[in-house]
Design a protein around this ligand. Structure first.
Ligand SMILES: [Zn+2]
Length: 80
């Protein structure tokens, strides 16, 4: 089974927290190696988590591009 970008986004917080099983983790890592979008999402999500952990105001990191954000919203909205 191959995972696509939507799967990666769905599991990205669990992945960062180390809450995914080894098999899924490997699939995500393999996907991240070849997908620039998901690598950017991972970086952005990490930055957001650091901000939250620091008890600072939640805001999207500077590196999180508007276009990427719009695309993510579109994808999530189309899923429901
Ligand atoms: Zn991807």
């Amino acid at each position: 089974m191959r995972i696509d970008c939507k799967h990666v986004w769905q599991y990205i917080s669990a992945y960062i927290d180390g809450e995914v099983d080894a098999e899924l983790r490997e699939r995500i890592e393999r996907h991240l190696e070849t997908c620039e979008i998901c690598s950017a999402v991972l970086d952005s999500t990490r930055n957001v988590i650091v901000l939250v952990a620091d008890e600072r105001v939640f805001e999207l990191p500077a590196g999180f591009s508007e276009r990427l954000h719009d695309r993510l919203e579109e994808e999530f909205l189309s899923e429901t």
